[in-house]
Design a protein. Structure first.
Length: 214
């Protein structure tokens, strides 16, 4: 019998297929978000690649007026369901970040773990994210610094192209962060996680937190 399954070739296909399989994330906010944002004055926030909405929901509970953008309608449907259960008013936008351009400006713009198994214009997305920050506002970009030790590809010597994650310095360049910004955090930050066998280990995230000055 002919196999009619086709390998996803776009970000939209990859993530919609993944979210259709099961709920992917815990629904809890990323601890870096909480650590970096908890003492900021609340305002407007834009969450790029919001997935099932864990970070957007947490921000809304703190009083932020949040817009969450993701390429997967299934993920956004789960996010909206959680928002309705908590009586939270969040704007959800189904869009591909490769082509979507933010309208207006925000006090806080998030871009968390925008890694993809297919090519996409990460630098363009980061640049647009930075441009969407109000004067005095904050940009927060978080990504993997290294693969977790249980990652199959991390141990696959036969893989000629192991995953490579941009350094904090590269991310600053991609986002166009210059003397018009104040760098709050730019480095690799440790995070304790639990692996697939229940083992605890420390991994590192690349964290950029910058405030727009002019």
């Amino acid at each position: 019998m002919e196999n009619t399954h086709q390998t996803p070739t776009t970000s939209a296909q990859v993530w919609e297929e993944r979210f259709q399989e099961k709920q992917v994330w815990s629904g809890l906010p990323n601890e870096t978000l909480v650590n970096q944002v908890h003492n900021l004055t609340v305002g407007t926030a834009l969450d790029l690649g919001c997935g099932e909405g864990g970070d957007a929901l947490w921000l809304a509970r703190q009083g932020w007026k949040v817009t969450g953008v993701d390429v997967s309608p299934t993920a956004l449907a789960r996010a909206q369901s959680q928002a309705e259960e908590s009586n939270l008013d969040i704007t959800w936008v189904a869009a591909d970040l490769a082509t979507w351009v933010p309208e207006g400006s925000f006090d806080l713009v998030l871009a968390f773990f925008l890694h993809s198994p297919v090519n996409f214009p990460r630098a363009t997305i980061y640049s647009r994210a930075a441009q969407a920050v109000k004067v005095g506002g904050r940009l927060l970009i978080v990504g993997h610094a290294t693969p977790p030790p249980w990652s199959r590809r991390h141990h696959d010597d036969a893989d000629e192209h192991p995953p490579r994650f941009p350094s904090p310095k590269e991310t600053l360049t991609e986002a166009g962060i210059n003397e018009s910004w104040r760098i709050v955090t730019a480095g690799e930050v440790p995070r304790l996680v639990e692996g697939p066998e229940g083992e605890e280990t420390t991994i590192y995230d690349s964290v950029i937190h910058a405030q727009r000055l002019i």
